[in-house]
Design a protein around this ligand. Structure first.
Ligand code: NDP
Length: 236
């Protein structure tokens, strides 16, 4: 168990990839701050972990809200006194075709969750990690953050932004003992992908496969591995 006793704060942990990361980290001994904007799902995942013998608590966190990021971090610290791992997983996608006709509302919504939300959570957690001179931040990007396509304009822009911010933050936090890396999944079988492609595809990754990649980055990755993305989209 590489994460034994560590505390992980995971955004958007109530379903999909975030839920899988929460369960996987808990199985590996981590205490999980199951954060999310929807009360029912964050409480359900937290209860699921506790029922399996793990340690977890739900915390309210809409990542678009700076005050909620600051408040959630303060609450987690008051419960466990430490945050070792932050996983910025919360994300949304819209189907914008043609991309040039994207509305301002769609653009702003994608930026607010995928990019600004990640930034707000990093900003809220970093001072605590710097104080302890240790920490791991994992940002969930996308294959759309490596290869542009013709359908998801703002989503693609946010995910390229996730890569850029992650690498910049990694360089800035390296002297403080904090590793910042990311994962670029391809299609993963979750509500997000099923909303775009209801019939699914056997080639898609499972949320658990992405969670195992996150577990490597959180636990076993070399201490000097920072500012890197692991691409998990062999089928694309
Ligand atoms: P889902 O749609 O299944 O889940 C999205 C999660 O993000 C939900 O928990 C949702 O919470 C949460 N969320 C959305 N907006 C906010 C917000 N404002 N504040 C807090 N939480 C929020 O998506 P996935 O699990 O598939 O996606 C997770 C991440 O993986 C995303 O960043 C996505 O871009 C990325 N990804 C997914 C791929 C895929 O094929 N599925 C491929 C590549 C990347 P709620 O339940 O409240 O809506």
């Amino acid at each position: 168990m590489t994460l034994d006793g560590q505390v992980a704060l995971i955004t958007g942990a109530g379903r999909g990839i975030g839920r899988a990361i929460a369960l996987t980290f808990a199985q590996d001994g981590a205490r999980i701050a199951v954060t999310g904007r929807t009360q029912e799902s964050r409480e359900r995942v937290s209860a699921e972990i506790v029922a399996a013998g793990g340690d977890a608590r739900p915390f309210e966190l809409d990542v678009t809200q700076d005050n909620e990021a600051v408040q959630a971090v303060a609450e987690v610290l008051s419960v466990w006194g430490r945050i070792d791992i932050l996983v910025n997983n919360a994300g949304i996608i819209q189907y914008d075709t043609p991309v040039w006709a994207t509305t301002v509302e769609e653009w702003d919504a994608a930026m607010a969750v995928n990019l600004r939300g990640m930034f707000l959570c990093c900003r809220a957690v970093a001072p605590h990690m710097m104080e302890r001179n240790r920490g791991v931040i994992i940002n969930i990007g996308s294959s759309s953050g490596r290869m542009a396509d013709h359908e998801y304009g703002p989503y693609t822009a946010t995910k390229w932004g996730v890569v850029g911010y992650t690498v910049s933050l990694a360089r800035s936090l390296r002297p403080h003992g904090i590793r910042v890396n990311g994962i670029n999944p391809g299609w993963v079988d979750t509500d997000m992908s099923r909303a775009l492609n209801p019939q699914g595809d056997p080639d898609w990754s499972t949320p658990e496969e992405i969670a195992q990649t996150a577990l490597f980055l959180a636990g076993q990755a070399p201490k000097d591995m920072t500012g890197q993305f692991i691409d998990v989209f062999g089928s694309q």
